[in-house]
Design a protein around this ligand. Structure first.
Ligand code: LLP
Length: 446
């Protein structure tokens, strides 16, 4: 991915067989009529019922991904804690909870969601670089499994809160291993100088602080080095630092039982070759076993990314400056990834499986040049009123959506066993300004 100005997602199209395997990978197939099915359910039927734009998630795919990841650990003691930030819909959370997942949360809002979806407190880990006192207090009151601290200042706050309040709590220390990853710079979080993780040279100070606070127990050391990682090398490099940290804390008399590798396992959006979970864990296994720790991972994207599509309707066709443009009803407020990370998402017609007839810019209705879903995409002839499916939209899609341009956020639908159900209705436009006060000083005397 690139950050240097002009969007780089242009290409003249993929071969039919690449596209077919990409569709299959995302649980999509076509009926004889050409209509797209997600896990056997017609996307056209769904949007005929709920309109567009709509996110549709495939429950079976999420369950399958969880099982594949969970099994990759074999008999190595481990816990998978789903990173709620990737897709926080309660239905998605509930099915992961039922699969046996824990929850990795980063805010008080995610804590409430995780609890509302049924996660027991002892399967919730509170990560995040900037937790407020209110959020820390809520986590302490809930009795979450662990609070992963990322700075000395946070540790000091927590020490005061524990001493003056609940009395005890288990923490983890997320270190900054200072490793580089080959991913978009905005999602490469393991490098020194960034806001993430405790720098290793501050670890002994953190341990002294722990010694002074008997109510704080060190339950784990962890890292999270980045997202959409396609290679095991940065995990190996990070693990070296993590083991050094583990050695330091053990030498200081602490007995953490959890080693956290973070999330970050990448997926295929286009032509990437992502690691299978087994390929991820195998090169680390021996080292992990030797630690005697329970291994914790916090995947988000891997579990839900390719289990969701965003369906949008073509509003208008336009020809301008030699380019063919389809203006659709989903914009950067619905799916921010192309605008923010120049991310590539495959785009296919919902109604037609026919061969491409030309290249189209698929753009949203928001008043920004960066409001595009894909540029120069090979697509069949498209008319206003037809629909497109944006693939790989299950992670960081709805979760990052906004009301920019006073647009209501999309509906969300879950597909399972040939059925579909709305799991979040489309927002109502009047709700967007319901709590605003147009004339705040109306009652004041002149
Ligand atoms: N753990 C921590 C502490 C994290 O910060 C993250 C993601 C994860 C786990 C899960 O990472 P994953 O397995 O999903 O890669 N909005 C960006 C991704 C931001 C990731 C932020 N942290 C995107 O759309 O690519």
């Amino acid at each position: 991915m690139h950050l240097d100005g002009a969007p780089r997602d242009r290409r003249s199209g993929v071969g039919a067989s690449v596209l077919a395997s990409r569709l299959a990978e995302c649980g999509l197939a076509r009926e004889a009529s050409g209509t797209l099915l997600l896990s056997g359910v017609s996307l056209a039927a769904i949007v005929a019922g709920v309109g567009t734009p709509t996110y549709v998630y495939d429950a079976a795919a999420i369950r399958r991904r969880f099982t594949v990841l969970d099994s990759a650990f074999g008999d190595l003691p481990h816990r998978v804690c789903y990173a709620v930030k990737a897709n926080a819909n309660l239905a998605v959370l509930r099915l992961l909870e039922q699969s046996g997942s824990g929850a990795d949360i980063v805010s008080g809002g995610e804590l409430l969601r995780a609890l509302a979806a049924g996660f027991p407190a002892d399967r919730i880990v509170f990560s995040g670089v900037g937790k407020s006192d209110e959020e820390l207090a809520a986590a302490l009151a809930t009795g979450v499994s662990r609070i992963n601290v990322e700075s000395l200042s946070e540790l000091q706050r927590l020490a005061i809160m524990v001493e003056t309040g609940v009395g005890s709590c288990t923490i983890g220390i997320r270190i900054n291993p200072d490793v580089t990853t080959d991913t978009h710079p905005y999602i490469s979080t393991g490098k020194g100088g960034l806001k993430f993780g405790l720098p290793l040279d501050q670890l002994t100070t953190a341990l002294s602080l722990l010694d002074e606070t008997p109510g704080l127990r060190l339950g784990g050391v962890a890292m999270h080095i980045g997202s959409q990682l396609l290679d095991v090398a940065p995990y190996l490099a990070g693990l070296d630092q993590l083991l050094a940290a583990l050695g330091t804390v053990r030498a200081a008399g602490h007995q953490p039982t959890v080693l956290g590798l973070g999330g970050g396992l990448g997926i295929r959006y286009r032509e990437e070759s992502p690691l299978e979970p087994a390929e991820w864990i195998a090169p680390l296994r021996e080292t992990l076993v030797a630690t005697g720790c329970t291994i914790e991972v916090e995947p988000g994207r891997y579990l839900v990314g390719n289990a969701g599509v965003l369906v949008t309707r073509v509003l208008h066709r336009k020809h301008s400056g030699g380019r063919e443009i389809a203006i659709v009803d989903a914009g950067m407020n619905d799916l921010l990834r192309p605008a923010l990370y120049q991310a590539w998402h495959e785009i296919v017609s919902v109604e037609s499986g026919e061969a491409p007839t030309g290249l189209l810019d698929v753009v949203g209705p928001v008043c920004e040049i960066g409001d595009f879903l894909g540029l120069e995409r090979a697509l069949p002839a498209l008319r206003a009123g037809e629909h497109l499916a944006i693939l790989g939209a299950g992670a960081y899609g709805f979760a990052m959506s906004s009301n920019y341009n006073s647009r209501a956020r999309a509906a969300e639908v879950l597909v399972e066993d040939g059925r579909w159900a709305v799991v979040r209705p489309r927002e109502r436009l009047t709700d967007l300004y319901r709590d605003e006060i147009a004339d705040p000083f109306a009652d004041e005397q002149p």
